[in-house]
Ligand binder design. Sequence first.
Ligand SMILES: [Zn+2]
Length: 239
Amino acid sequence: MFDVTYILVIIGAVICMIASARVNSTYSKYARIQSSAGMTGAQAAQCILERSGVTDVSVGHVSGNLTDHFDPSKMVVNLSDATYASTSVAAIGVAAHECGHVMQHHTGYAPLAFRAALVPIANIGSNMGLPMVILGLILGVGYTNSGALTFGGILCDIGIALFCFGVLFQLVTLPVEFDASSRGLKMLEQYNILNQNELPYSRAVLHAAAMTYVAAAASSILQMLRLLLLVSGGRRRSD
Ligand SMILES: [Zn+2]
C-alpha cells in the first residue's frame, strides 16, 4: 500500500530543489557583473577583516562550488573556486557574508552559540530519528493490556523527540544566516567595497542563498509532520 504521507517528503524535496536551482541561477547571473572597485572575493574579505579590526582570522581557498564557509576551529574564512579570485558582485557578496559569520563569532552572537551547542544532538536526531520511528511502527505502536505504551510506541516517541532537535537546528540556522548577510552587506557599504548600484546585486545573491536554508527548514518540518501522522495513524489503528 502506498504511504500517502510520503507526499510531504516529496513536497519538501521539491522546495529544496527549487531553492537550490534559484541560488545557482542568481549566482551565475551576478557572477557576470564585475564590481567597479575591482576587488576579488579574497581581497574583499581581507579588507573587511582588517577594517573591522579582526587580526586572528585568515582568508583561505577551498575547492568546490559555493562551499564557502567560516571555520571557527581554524579561524579561517574559506572561499571557494567561484569566489576567491573573482571580482564579481556575487563573489564579493558571498565573501562578505562569511565575514559576517566571523563578526558573529567575535561578538558572541547568541543564536550562533546556541546553534553550535545543538550540533551533536541534532546530528543524532537527523540520523537516528527516522529509523527509530520506522522500527517502532514495525514493532507496533499500540498500548499493552495494562494501558502502557508498547516498546514500539516508546521508540517512536523517542525517535520523534530526537528528530525535533534536527528541526530546531534548521530553525536556529535561519537567524544566523540572515544576520550574517545583513552584517556582510553593511560592511560592504561602510568600507566602500561596493557602491549603491552594486549592493542590490549582492543582496539578491545572499537572499537566494538564505532561501535554501528556509527550504531545508520547511522540508524538515514537513518530515516531522509526516512522522507524527504515521505514529498517530498507527495508534488509532491499534485502538
Ligand atoms: Zn552562512
